[in-house]
Ligand binder design. Structure first.
Ligand code: PLP
Length: 397
């Protein structure tokens, strides 16, 4: 694993200008620290960029399901995008309006489908014929007609990490184009379903906007095909996937402007058609850091290891996707030395960075892993019977 995310000392220190590292010293590590101002600013920027085109944004709850964060996002008027029945319940509990909740996922159980039917959500994003049959049956049992959108696999390469690519024909996600004809023929049999539109979600951490241009063009073709078959679709959902700047954690604002603009310029929106998005990472990644403490410095033959008290059970992304978070030692401004920054978990993949340059590091120093607000705390586990990291918010400490 190569690593290039070296922050200079000044940047590291400046990022915590408003918070005394003293305060962090008194908190049990590891923990997540969420900057509420950064979150609100990000949400406002996203709303400003999307409202130009009257686009709807759902927050993809799986990125971070913290109660406080959900409440703030709900208060800004976002809808919710859920990938499990429990996420649907959580969205409802937090007051997200049912007509703004979408439910996606390649393996929805009967229990989960019933939860969503009972919740009167906006739409099921359906990924197979078999699933359509089950939803139809369960809706019939409740004498209801439910909205569905087809999640189509547009075969667009998201040009991101293979594990977070979802829109290629070899991925497990979505309905493939060659299945559409027989599906549409079967539609009239599904008396308890109403097809309202199409859904796409092609991957995550996408920074190349040409990918969305290609997606918009494919969406145009799909709509043409449906209209040629006399089917009008009032709902389009382009999913999420907008990336953030992990290399420069002081850059807190993803490029929402460019994202919505490329869709607006390339998607041929029909009259009265609603256009929806489901953003996860880009809304919450930059507001969160994970703070840990150095337990030991260990000298290998040719390496220095900084063993920290956070591991893959607290921040899984590096072990799962080989992803990199910028790291800084926020307690030290000594001369710089190279370290492998590793966790305590009994797995060789429990490594955050190799050959990483940071100020000379000692036991007890605080280490911040930046841009950890999305797919961080929410992927925490008790493996090795470790405690789960807790969270603190900038306006509470
Ligand atoms: C995960 C997911 C999202 C959010 O993706 P981000 O990359 O975090 O924006 C949106 N839609 C669906 C269906 C998802 O599974």
């Amino acid at each position: 694993m190569e690593n290039v995310l070296t922050l200079d000392k000044e940047t590291s220190q400046e990022m915590y200008n408003n918070v005394t590292v003293e305060k962090f010293n008194n908190i049990q590590t590891p923990f997540y620290y969420y900057d509420i101002d950064v979150l609100k600013n990000t949400l406002e920027t996203a709303i400003k960029a999307s409202s130009k085109y009257n686009y709807h944004i759902h927050y993809a709850i799986k990125a971070n399901a913290n109660d406080r964060i959900l409440d703030i996002i709900k208060d800004y008027g976002f809808g919710a995008d859920c990938v499990s029945g429990n996420e649907v319940s959580k969205a409802l509990e937090h007051g997200f309006a049912p007509e703004t909740i979408a439910f996606a996922g390649v393996g929805k159980s009967d229990l989960e489908i019933n939860t969503a039917i009972n919740g009167n959500i906006k739409a099921f994003h359906v990924e197979s014929v078999a699933e359509l049959e089950v939803i139809n049956e369960l809706a019939a049992a409740k004498n209801k007609v439910v909205n569905v959108a087809f999640r189509l696999n547009p075969n667009v390469d998201a040009k991101t990490h293979a594990y977070i690519t979802t829109g290629l024909s070899e991925n497990k996600f979505g309905i493939n184009p060659w299945e559409l004809e027989s599906l549409v023929e079967k539609l009239p049999e599904f008396k308890n379903l109403k097809l309202i539109g199409l859904h796409f979600h092609i991957g995550s951490q996408i920074l190349d906007m040409s990918v969305y241009k290609e997606l918009a063009e494919k969406a145009n073709n799909f709509l043409d095909w449906f209209e040629a078959n006399d089917i009008k679709l009032p709902y389009m959902n382009f999913g999420g996937g907008l990336g953030v700047d992990y290399d420069n954690p002081e850059n807190k604002t993803p490029d929402f402007e460019a994202f919505f603009k490329v869709i607006n310029e390339n998607f041929n929106r029909r009259d009265n058609q609603e256009v929806h998005f489901e953003l996860g990472r880009s809304l919450v990644a930059t507001c969160g850091d994970m703070i840990s403490k150095v337990l030991y410095i260990k000298k290998g033959l040719e390496k220095n290891f900084a063993i920290v008290d956070a591991g893959m059970t607290d921040l899984l992304r590096p072990a799962l996707y080989k992803s990199k978070h910028a790291i800084s030692n926020i307690s030290s401004i000594e001369e710089e030395v190279k370290y492998d920054v590793v966790g305590p978990v009994c797995e060789s993949s429990d490594v955050f960075a190799t050959e990483f340059t940071m100020p000379k590091t000692r036991r007890g120093n605080l280490i911040s892993f930046h841009t950890a607000g999305a797919y961080g705390q929410v992927m925490g586990s008790n493996y090795n019977l470790r405690d789960l990291a807790t969270e603190y918010y900038s306006d509470e400490i």
